[in-house]
Design a binder for this molecule. Structure first.
Ligand code: NAP
Length: 461
């Protein structure tokens, strides 16, 4: 029997393992989900919303177990208290708009005609989730999909193998029927085989570009709808009128929080030449304040990366950039806990350029490159010089200028004076290799349902 294992970054040992489900059993689980779906969809939307929120509340009651469990699985320091803030914010927001987002679009209601577009659930929705924000990324689809009347099957990342199991347990204890929301422990082959067998009516995949490609290949020819939320290399651009301290604070936090393992984390920063020196100096001071260490220690502000192989990628990219002329500004002596494995010191690089992999490929670690720019045109060209497009963080006091620049940017979200945040009222989406589709917001509900048109002609005397 194949075991799916979580190797803890805290000590490099197996923290949790679960047997991978054989294909036949997984197919049975899908059949149960399909059978349960019609009844679930027949319930009023208010009832479904209430049950989902009860599941969210039940999970909140498990906070004392969830927080250390997360630290063991993926290294986030316990002092940050898990990810309940965003998890609750997103759940509550989608709950507040569900009825409105799902209501029919009435085109005509007259003596002669009823014409409207209703929204129907897809059926069985499959959620494939990543480890970096394991609860928040999952809830983006799980909550609205259930509220819309779909049943949901979740397959969570091996690194955070306990998260899907715990979410489902919370929801079931809160009253969601067992077949309506199921967690399956699946290996890649079984996942692909289920998808290829047309088991699902919609798939949301959040993860790497390579993973997204595999899912797209598995789904080829099945016509299964796909939402793909993939990698990023998000830039910040600090203009000459920016609030420097606020820019440093938010961009450095965006670059390093969660050990830089955030899809919309800041990976490269372009600073107007007039502010460049001050920005670099303040950024180095900001990052130097981190305390790297065991995530279970409440004093630790920067935990290990989730897996030593992720840290190895960061180390390799930084070393490559330095070999090509980049300068690393963080003194390694400040971080003696860096063990060459999962525990990795943060880093700020200058003298970088776009010939370096570090400035173009996703790094997904607590390391950021800073470049000097002369004007908006140069910054726009550099920000677009990348295969990804998730968010961009612009720093200026001029909203018109930010909107103008935003129109020229190849990105899913344009931020001004903030970064590394997911606004549940807006559509979370990407361009280029960051993926397709969109979640949250009213559009997220539309993507988790399909339109059905009614054209009813009445017989008149
Ligand atoms: P990943 O390796 O692609 O894994 C994501 C999920 O997909 C995991 O559950 C994984 O299972 C599964 N998976 C990967 N390849 C698969 C395959 N061939 N067949 C079946 N399942 C497969 O990504 P990750 O390392 O967990 O997450 C980090 C990446 O996610 C980064 O690139 C980040 O930018 C991206 N991300 C994007 C967003 C966004 O909103 N755009 C949000 C969060 C993260 P196993 O763990 O069992 O391999």
């Amino acid at each position: 029997m194949t075991m799916i294992k979580c190797i803890s970054p805290v000590n490099g040992e197996v923290y949790a393992e679960r047997p991978a489900m054989p294909l036949e059993l997984a197919k049975q689980a899908v059949a149960h989900a399909r059978l349960a779906q019609k009844n679930w969809a027949r319930r009023p939307v208010e009832e479904r919303v209430k049950l989902v929120l009860a599941g969210v509340a039940r999970l909140n009651e498990m906070v004392d177990e969830v927080v250390p469990e997360l630290a063991w699985q993926m290294g986030r320091p316990v002092r940050y208290g898990g990810e309940f803030k965003g998890f609750n914010e997103r759940s509550n927001y989608v709950a507040s708009i569900a009825a409105d987002a799902l209501k029919p679009i009435i085109v005509e209601e007259s003596d002669r005609f009823e014409r409207r577009i209703e929204r129907e659930p897809h059926g069985v929705v499959f959620v494939i989730a990543p480890w970096n924000y394991p609860y928040m990324t999952a809830i983006n689809t799980v909550a609205p999909a259930l509220m819309a009347g779909n049943t949901v099957i979740i397959k969570h990342a091996s690194q955070t193998i306990l998260v899907g199991e715990r979410m489902v347990r919370a929801f079931i204890e809160a009253g969601v029927p067992a077949d309506v929301f199921q967690n399956l422990f699946l290996d890649h082959d079984t996942t692909a085989a289920l998808i290829a067998a047309k088991s699902f009516d919609f798939i949301n995949f959040t993860g790497s570009v390579e993973g997204g490609r595999s899912i797209e290949r598995a789904a080829a020819g099945t016509f299964t709808g796909l939402g793909l939320e993939l990698g990023g290399k998000d830039p910040g651009y600090v203009m000459e009128d920016a609030d420097l301290d606020a820019a440093v604070d938010t961009l450095m936090d965006g670059a390093t929080y969660n050990s830089g393992q955030c899809c919309c984390g800041i990976e490269r920063i372009y600073v107007h030449e007039s502010l460049y020196d001050a920005f670099v100096e303040k950024s180095v001071a900001w990052v130097s304040n981190y305390k790297l260490g065991n995530p279970l220690d409440p004093e630790t502000t920067l935990g290990p990366m989730a897996n030593k192989r992720f840290a190895a990628t960061v180390r390799q990219q930084v070393a490559d950039a330095v070999s090509k002329g980049a300068k690393a500004l963080i003194d390694p002596k400040l971080f003696p806990q860096d063990d060459g494995g999962a525990y990795l010191a943060p880093q700020v690089l200058v003298d970088v350029d776009h010939s370096m992999e570090f400035m173009r490929e996703e790094t997904f670690g607590p390391a950021v490159g800073i470049m000097k720019v002369k004007n908006d045109a140069e910054a726009i060209e550099l920000m677009n010089d990348c295969q990804y497009g998730l968010t961009v963080s612009l720093w200026t006091n001029d909203a018109d200028r930010a909107s103008r620049i935003g129109r020229d940017l190849e990105t899913g979200t344009v931020f001004m004076n903030r970064a590394d945040y997911l606004d549940p009222a807006l559509c979370w989406t990407g361009v280029k290799e960051t993926g397709r589709g969109g979640s949250l917001s009213i559009l997220g509900f539309h993507n988790l349902t399909r339109p059905k048109s009614y054209h009813l002609k009445k017989v008149t005397a």
